[in-house]
Design a protein around this ligand. Sequence first.
Ligand code: NAG
Ligand code: NAG
Ligand code: NAG
Ligand code: NAG
Ligand code: NAG
Ligand code: NAG
Ligand code: NAG
Ligand code: NAG
Ligand code: NAG
Ligand code: NAG
Ligand code: NAG
Ligand code: NAG
Length: 512
Amino acid sequence: MINGRFSLLDATAWVLTVYLLLHVPHIEMRVDDFEQQAQAQAREQPPASTESPVEEKVELNMGKCFHLPRSKCPAEPNCTKVGSMAVFCCDLDSARLKEALASSITQNTTYLHVLNASIDVLDVSQAIFRRLSSMAFTDGNIDKIVGQFPKFSTVACLNISNNNLTTAKLPIQRPYSYLFNLSILDASANNLTEFPLSLLHSNRKVSVDLSGNKYLPCKHFQKAMETNNSSLVTFINYKTTYCALDISFNWFKDVRIVQIDHLRVQKELNASCRNIKPANINCTCIPERLEFPGGEVTNMSVSVSVDCTQRNLTVMPTDLPMNTVKLNVSLNNITSLQPVADDASYEHLRQLIVDHNDIANILELEGTKFIDNFMLFSIAYNKLKTIHTYVLSNRFDTTGPALSIAGNHIHCDCNTEKMLKPWLLENFKNIPDFKMLECEDNNKVVDLLEWKVCHTPRDWTDYIYYIIGLEVLILVLLISKVSYDYWVFKTAGYLPWPANKMPRLPCDWLCE
Ligand SMILES: *[C@@H]1O[C@H](CO)[C@@H](O)[C@H](O)[C@H]1NC(C)=O
Ligand SMILES: *[C@@H]1O[C@H](CO)[C@@H](O)[C@H](O)[C@H]1NC(C)=O
Ligand SMILES: *[C@@H]1O[C@H](CO)[C@@H](O)[C@H](O)[C@H]1NC(C)=O
Ligand SMILES: *[C@@H]1O[C@H](CO)[C@@H](O)[C@H](O)[C@H]1NC(C)=O
Ligand SMILES: *[C@@H]1O[C@H](CO)[C@@H](O)[C@H](O)[C@H]1NC(C)=O
Ligand SMILES: *[C@@H]1O[C@H](CO)[C@@H](O)[C@H](O)[C@H]1NC(C)=O
Ligand SMILES: *[C@@H]1O[C@H](CO)[C@@H](O)[C@H](O)[C@H]1NC(C)=O
Ligand SMILES: *[C@@H]1O[C@H](CO)[C@@H](O)[C@H](O)[C@H]1NC(C)=O
Ligand SMILES: *[C@@H]1O[C@H](CO)[C@@H](O)[C@H](O)[C@H]1NC(C)=O
Ligand SMILES: *[C@@H]1O[C@H](CO)[C@@H](O)[C@H](O)[C@H]1NC(C)=O
Ligand SMILES: *[C@@H]1O[C@H](CO)[C@@H](O)[C@H](O)[C@H]1NC(C)=O
Ligand SMILES: *[C@@H]1O[C@H](CO)[C@@H](O)[C@H](O)[C@H]1NC(C)=O
């Protein structure tokens, strides 16, 4: 148009050069961690600016997507041209949309943005859309998207952000089936419940924005991330994209909305979880904090919870994932806690649950990092014979750490009554189940009574009074017998039995 006016003039070339220098297409690209690839791609294929000389500048997001803010809307609800290639419309309803589009879209139009279209049906198969490479219907209310994009559609960017769309309104398999050139899909801020997985079949690199759709199942994201190279699908606004984790995903009971980054973390975690030894025990590992993390969660700082319950283990597992803070090995046949002291992967452990095992003592934990740091140590229903309280010595000065020892049957003696019982009573806040520690005879340790258990093997001196008493009694009996015998002898003249049977002794002469 510009050079059409001044044909054949030498100056034309100069004017055109100057014009081009001043109006080099200004391509605005949002820089985001996860858009690098899209950007690189965009640089490879710069927007169609090379095809025709530029008029008014058209800003393209990520090199492909055309959209304008509300402030650029025409005064009346209508469409306006932006340069010769772009059309921008605002606030159209079903009745006006068709007319407005028909009067403004030309065969040169490749970018279309309709802001706030309140329409019943959007039929994407219309011929009017055939030449578009960027198609955006945003911030409106679309009741239904129907039809099928024409074969070999040139649409590279489709923006249907913020239209109150549900999956039911968006027959997602079909409309995109011919979008071979689609590389950016923005379906953010809708209410979709299914991931447009069919996109992946195009085997192209696609950037997808699904932020603001909270009910998309995580399974779908997982599939998208795991299908071949996850780089095939790049998530725009990755950090604010959430998904719904439901019962069928691993071992969670509730539906939880999580950042999709959790899936990546989980995937990496599953890999390190398989390295736990002994091999093939299939422990499960999950990120310990599942709630939306407040700050940045880097790979390194993800705390891990490991579950190895009921695996027929006879030894503590080793080579736990990095940053394992919680380990549950209940219901196994473990006999020793030694690896807690020896294996470096126990370094960050805060909670250890070894209930229902065969552990006989906690001596192996003496001086370990675990003892210094633990918040929960549950060793209920094991085979503890004694509780070496000094191993835990200083940990119960604060109220944090908790110990669980119920269901152990320890060997009880006077020492138990004198040392362990007071220790239990003293630390009752840290040992909530202290009342359930039992002796071998099933009596509770806290019920031990001193006089029952504390009889030391008795010395003969303990019986000295009985012996003295007995001796006095015998002496009294002897004296009375002798006196009686004497009295009988004096009065009746004979000696009663047994004195009369006694042999005569030399001293008898004295008496007579
Ligand atoms: C889609 O449109 C919305 C609203 O105009 C805009 O904020 C967003 O950046 C667009 N998406 C892309 C990928 O250009
Ligand atoms: C919309 O704009 C077109 C020209 O682009 C014009 O012909 C039409 O009358 C306008 N319609 C309304 C309702 O303003
Ligand atoms: C969107 O368009 C409708 C008419 O189609 C209008 O009533 C409504 O106010 C518009 N919304 C905004 C936010 O301007
Ligand atoms: C389309 O563009 C070509 C040149 O690029 C121009 O000659 C033609 O007039 C344009 N058509 C319309 C309807 O703008
Ligand atoms: C979204 O769509 C539902 C029907 O599917 C409708 O009831 C609701 O009003 C819509 N919300 C908005 C903000 O337009
Ligand atoms: C669409 O993709 C094909 C190859 O897949 C390519 O030849 C063509 O140039 C692309 N068209 C646009 C408008 O990007
Ligand atoms: C989005 O979908 C969910 C589940 O289908 C529904 O409970 C919720 O009301 C919907 N929200 C809106 C705004 O339509
Ligand atoms: C994934 O790779 C297989 C072959 O390795 C291929 O057949 C399949 O089409 C690929 N899928 C995607 C989505 O790239
Ligand atoms: C996956 O990516 C690697 C490099 O990142 C590449 O060598 C490989 O061919 C890719 N595989 C597929 C199926 O795209
Ligand atoms: C662990 O899982 C694998 C495959 O799921 C299975 O073959 C193996 O028997 C399992 N091992 C145990 C100890 O359950
Ligand atoms: C543990 O052993 C029992 C019997 O030996 C067996 O039934 C059970 O499947 C085993 N469990 C695992 C996880 O290997
Ligand atoms: C493991 O312990 C359970 C009960 O705690 C017992 O029934 C089982 O026989 C033990 N297995 C081995 C191999 O000791």
